[in-house]
Design a protein around this ligand. Structure first.
Ligand SMILES: O=C(O)CCC(=O)C(=O)O
Ligand SMILES: [Fe+2]
Length: 268
């Protein structure tokens, strides 16, 4: 089992998990440089590197320390549904607390444990590319809210300093760490307080058979990825019964068969 017993206990209890320093300093620096150029000077990058998850950031798509957690909390076949970078300056924020409670019933977001196995819906992974201290204002969580049976109570939904829930918490970690959380966990990206930016990449993974986000990856970026990484954008189905035996849309088949299409869902 690749997750430790302590990690599994922690993820189930709280709804999130920090894996510190999964990237090397060189990998982290290369992604920071890529995002910096994307913002300031995209022409200096190859077209297929002008957005995440292309170029240096593609190391994140199927990082072994990420995939082993996803396989255990989602299942053996996962897709990468959503990805974006943040370059958050002091005073900027993502938004208020959201998620938790009633979403638990939803098969896309819901969190269940059966027969000793976690079956999470969508799981977000935050890759922090700068050191994070507790007071900085990285992602905040209400632990346990991924399993809450009642709607989130307004008394616990404030991010104002003197009105915060006693349960609201966050993390500290070195640059190059990954933070996993079930999308069912009540969470927020509060005001960033540090005078240097928060640089990071956020992914959302889901079961192969589900499809929540429409695909936004630029065609050039998708085309520039190796087949093993394109596999994370394959079409969202599990079994094709038009063939005998049924064709199973697993990663091995996708990688071994160049004809198998990637997801062709494109925004108009
Ligand atoms: O920006 C953050 O820290 C949180 C982002 C978030 O809430 C999301 O991606 O759903
Ligand atoms: Fe969110």
């Amino acid at each position: 089992m690749p997750m430790t017993d302590e990690e599994r206990f922690r993820f189930d209890l709280t709804g999130f998990l920090v894996r510190p320093s999964i990237l090397t300093p060189d990998e982290t620096a290369a992604i920071v440089d890529q995002i910096d150029r994307m913002r300031r000077d995209p022409e200096s990058l190859l077209p297929e590197h002008r957005a995440v998850p292309g170029g240096p950031a593609s190391v994140l798509i199927d990082h072994p320390k990420v995939v082993e957690v996803l396989h255990e909390v989602i299942g053996p076949d996962v897709r990468l549904e959503s990805f974006f970078h943040v370059w958050r300056q002091q005073g900027q924020r993502h938004g208020d607390l959201h998620g938790g409670g009633p979403q638990q019933a939803d098969p896309i977001f819901g969190y269940r444990v059966n027969n000793g196995r976690i079956h999470a819906g969508m799981v977000r992974v935050v890759f922090e590319l700068t050191d994070i201290a507790r007071g900085d204002g990285a992602t905040h969580f209400i632990p346990g809210s991924h399993k809450a049976n009642f709607p989130m109570h307004p008394d616990h939904m404030s991010l104002e300093d003197d009105k915060r829930s006693e349960f609201l918490t966050t993390y500290e970690c070195p640059a190059g760490s990954a933070i996993f959380f079930t999308e069912n966990l009540c969470h927020a990206g509060p005001i960033w307080r540090r005078d240097t930016p928060r640089i990071g990449v956020l992914h959302a993974y889901a079961h192969l058979a589900t499809h929540w986000h429409r695909l936004t990856i630029p065609p050039a970026v998708l085309a520039g990825l190796p087949r093993e990484k394109q596999a994370y954008f394959r079409e969202p189905w599990v079994a094709d019964f038009r063939t005998q035996p049924a064709t199973i849309n697993n990663i091995e088949r996708f990688v071994g068969n160049e004809e198998t299409p990637v997801n062709t869902d494109r925004q108009p």
